[in-house]
Design a protein around this ligand. Structure first.
Ligand SMILES: NC(=O)c1ccc[n+]([C@@H]2O[C@H](COP(=O)([O-])OP(=O)(O)OC[C@H]3O[C@@H](n4cnc5c(N)ncnc54)[C@H](O)[C@@H]3O)[C@@H](O)[C@H]2O)c1
Length: 266
């Protein structure tokens, strides 16, 4: 059972959106926080508001992750919980996703987690405890239309979290994968900008604070999947049980997007 009071917590991608909401919620639970982001100025504002220690920089590259872990260890003494939340969505379709889009998505959405775990897990195994949280996405369980870079790398993020949980769970390392659908942040397309979101509607989109609430609830229950949209559990079960029927449903959805936008995905 996680006692947040006094726990040393790092949250990446914390300058805004879901990361800032998680940092705020964990601070309210009594955690001591290090917040990280590439956006130095908004990060400083979040840090000032929460009394957190900011580390500006790239939380995905090998050097950036090492610098963050070192700075956080210096500040906190021990890192008890790592929330790898930084993520990016790049490109559109096949023709609209460049080699750079694929490479950047792989670095931020997958390798950032691998690099953090490489540095944290040895110490956590030594002391017999640690908690690793990955912000993946419902796209990592169900796939998403539109952006193949996002669908693939979020599956990778979820798979890595699953691998960590399966491999080290019995040795004191707890792992969680946060898998929301739409959340109202800068990443989420507003009405009129997002073809898929416009077709399926914006009603189900949550606030970042709802994701933070789901994280705290799910950690208390010691469950792996953090599902701020509970219906994702049913979709995931349906996809597993009736994969072809699920795919036909996705194809119908893509057709509706094609008809709404009057263009085909290249
Ligand atoms: N918004 C949604 O609908 C939604 C749904 C499911 C999952 N997610 C995931 O939630 C996480 C947070 O996204 P958000 O919606 O708050 O979007 P956001 O764009 O508002 O926040 C992402 C933050 O990550 C930071 N970041 C990106 N690359 C970084 C790097 N290399 N190093 C350090 N910081 C970096 C950005 O500067 C930004 O502050 C992401 O992993 C995203 O994929 C979002």
């Amino acid at each position: 059972m996680q006692d947040w009071r006094g726990a040393g917590v790092v949250v990446t991608g914390a300058a805004r959106g879901i990361g800032a909401a998680i940092a705020e919620r964990l601070q309210a639970e009594g955690a001591r926080l290090v917040v990280a982001d590439v956006l130095a100025e908004p990060l400083q504002q979040v840090a000032d508001r929460l009394g957190a220690h900011p580390v500006a920089g790239d939380a995905a590259s090998p050097e950036g992750v090492r610098a963050l872990v070192d700075a956080a260890t210096d500040h906190l003494g021990e890192i008890d919980v790592w929330v790898g939340n930084a993520g990016i969505a790049r490109g559109e379709g096949l023709a609209g996703s460049s080699e750079q889009d694929w490479a950047d998505s792989w670095q931020v959405n997958v390798m950032a987690h691998v690099r953090a775990a490489e540095l944290l897990v040895p110490r956590w195994l030594e002391r017999g405890s640690g908690r690793f949280v990955v912000t993946a996405s419902a796209a990592g369980l169900l796939t998403i239309l539109g952006q193949p870079t996002y669908a693939v790398t979020k599956h990778g993020a979820e798979a890595f979290a699953e691998w960590l949980a399966a491999t080290y769970g019995h040795r004191g390392i707890a792992v969680h994968a946060i898998c929301p659908q739409g959340v109202l942040t800068d990443m989420y397309p507003g009405p009129g900008d997002g073809e898929l979101a416009d077709v399926i509607g914006h009603d189900g989109a949550l606030q970042p604070a709802d994701v933070a609430e789901a994280l705290v609830r799910t950690v208390a229950a010691e469950e792996f999947l953090v599902l701020p949209h509970p219906e994702v559990k049913d979709y995931f079960a349906f996809r597993g049980a009736q994969t072809d029927k699920w795919l036909r449903g996705m194809q119908r959805l893509q057709q509706r997007v094609d008809q709404t936008t009057h263009k085909l995905v290249e």
